[in-house]
Design a protein around this ligand. Structure first.
Ligand code: THU
Length: 141
């Protein structure tokens, strides 16, 4: 569980990351901050591409940065956008990416950096397919 101090830091990191968003096509800026078990925080922004389907979301940028630096245990992720009238939650691909690393907190934060919706990876993708499913006994029929 993220402490209040850690959450404040993550919100700042995610908001700063949002300013780095590369989104010349959608103009929809997203920033993320991923808190690892050891307290390390990785930032992420969305990175779009002229071949639209290759776009990488802010959350997955943060996950891949963390994993590639040897961090696979997480306490929480913060996601923030420029949308004021509702909470923006992670897309389906990012929900799937998240549950790969277990159940942890997800904070969706409005641009004021104060209005927060707290959820979790499991809540966002109930009944999802995860690593343990690959361990299940399988028939050769
Ligand atoms: N986007 C994210 O970065 N995270 C999400 O969870 C939802 C969508 C980005 C992808 C694309 O660059 C833009 O938002 C519009 O879909």
């Amino acid at each position: 569980m993220a402490s209040q101090e850690e959450l404040n830091k993550m919100i700042k990191v995610a908001s700063d990351a949002k300013s780095k968003a590369y989104c010349p096509y959608s103009h929809f800026r997203v920033g993320a901050a991923l808190l690892c078990e050891d307290g390390t925080i990785f930032s992420g922004c969305n990175v779009e591409n002229g071949s639209y389907g290759l776009t990488i979301c802010a959350e997955r940028t943060a996950y891949t940065k963390a994993v590639s630096e040897g961090h696979t245990k997480y306490k929480a992720i913060v996601v923030t956008t420029d949308v004021e009238d509702r909470f923006i939650t992670p897309c389906g691909a990012c929900r799937q990416f998240g549950i790969e690393f277990g159940n942890f907190e997800v904070y969706c934060v409005k641009p004021d950096q104060k209005t927060i919706h707290k959820t979790s990876t499991n809540e966002l993708l109930p009944g999802g397919f995860g690593p343990s499913d690959l361990e299940a006994p399988r028939s050769s029929q």
